[in-house]
Ligand binder design. Structure first.
Ligand SMILES: [Zn+2]
Length: 170
């Protein structure tokens, strides 16, 4: 099942009636926004997702996605590998009113004109959200820290002391 290529879109209602559980992958070639956001993606995106109907009768699709990517360390400018892992719980909605009534523990996901959800886009979006705002090596792996005499105190470097500015003014 792991090597199943997942459909780009899927009907959440039919899938939920069948209590569908699927595990598979997406090719990176269809994920341009994720590719743009990273230096490189190394493997296919692995996804597991299951469909269900909750006690309120709402359709729920929940799952996990992961991708191994290369990011550029903002401290030393060298590339490093990082596993992005996202988990999600969505409930498909037909319109904004339905979205507003959704319990807060679900994220609303829009249906396309065929009544399907774009699984690939959803997964891509979730993974992009997992990319750190300022990608950095672990301290022990970072060249900038190894080279710097301030290697012991990297936090000090990142947060300029506001009083330093005042000192310069004097
Ligand atoms: Zn680094």
């Amino acid at each position: 099942m792991k090597n199943l290529k997942l459909p780009i879109t899927i009907d959440p209602y039919k899938s939920a009636q069948r209590r569908l559980e699927c595990e598979g992958y997406f090719e990176l070639s269809g994920m341009n926004r994720l590719l743009d956001a990273c230096e490189a993606c190394i493997e296919q995106v692995q996804v597991s997702v299951n469909f269900n109907v909750d006690e309120l009768g709402l359709i729920v699709m929940s799952g996990k996605a992961s991708a191994l990517v290369t990011l550029i360390c903002q401290r030393c400018n060298e590339p490093f590998e990082q596993e992005l892992e996202a988990s999600f719980t969505f409930s498909p909605v037909k319109n904004e009113e339905a979205a507003a009534e959704l319990p807060s523990y679900y994220d609303a996901i829009d249906l396309d004109e065929n009544g399907e959800v774009t699984l690939r886009e959803l997964v891509e979006e979730e993974l992009i959200l997992e990319i750190p705002l300022i990608p950095r090596h672990e301290l022990k792996d970072c060249q900038a820290c190894a080279d710097s005499v301030w290697g012991q105190l990297p936090e000090e470097l990142e947060k300029p002391n506001p009083f330093d500015v005042l000192k310069q003014l004097k």
